[in-house]
Write a protein that binds this ligand. Structure first.
Ligand SMILES: [Cu+2]
Ligand SMILES: [Zn+2]
Length: 202
């Protein structure tokens, strides 16, 4: 009987393993990446201290590239967190600038106090929604002729409150002077830090 049950369960185990491997390695679409992360979200969602909204007011770190911005995080009905980001840096008009969530909510020392990209999953730096990327790798934002730009992204890598591996509270939103190449490790070679804001609850 023991032999029979082994032969019954082994093919099932292999099938499940193959299915998981396929999802994680060959399908790099954003939807699949989010699907693969949904279990982490469920775990965090069951914890206390969760909120539906958070924001960061972004201020300049340098006088020669004066600007501002606002990041608003909202929990959607499906449990994912949506970020709506507006930046306004007139000196950077018609350029594309990189925006990331950095690990520490500290804008001191011209934004360097925020340390590196927030990377709770220990992945390589990369393009948002690709096979591997930091949870803070929002990416490049195109600015118009006035230096204004917007981006909206959503993720189930994020929560407002809860598990530190997903909690955006206390992180910093950093606006860079350059473009993220989505390749250079671990920064994307995005240039200096011209804007910074700490994410706090509403
Ligand atoms: Cu950055
Ligand atoms: Zn990164």
């Amino acid at each position: 009987m023991k032999k029979t049950s082994l032969w019954l369960t082994l093919p099932l185990f292999l099938a499940v393993t193959a299915a998981c491997t396929n999802t994680n390695t060959t399908d790099t679409s954003h939807d699949s990446a989010m699907h693969a992360d949904s279990m982490a979200m469920d775990t965090a969602g069951s914890m206390t201290g969760m909120a539906d909204k958070a924001h960061a007011d972004i201020a300049s770190t340098k006088t020669d590239t004066a600007g501002s911005g606002r990041a608003e995080f909202t929990k959607r009905d499906d449990g994912t967190i949506e970020l709506s980001l507006n930046v306004d840096f007139p000196k950077m008009a018609n350029k594309s600038v990189a925006v990331h969530l950095h690990e520490h909510g500290d804008c001191g020392d011209a934004g360097k106090g925020a340390h590196g990209h927030w990377n709770p999953t220990n992945e390589a730096h990369g393009k948002w929604g690709s096979a591997a990327y930091h949870s803070g790798d929002i990416g490049n934002v195109q600015l118009d002729s006035e230096g204004k730009g917007t981006v909206t992204v959503s993720s189930n890598r994020w929560t407002i409150g809860g598990d530190e591996k997903t909690n955006v509270l206390g992180r910093a939103v950093i606006v860079h002077s350059g473009v993220d190449d989505y390749k250079t490790q671990p920064t994307g070679d995005a240039g200096s830090r011209i804007g910074c804001g700490v994410i706090s609850g509403n």
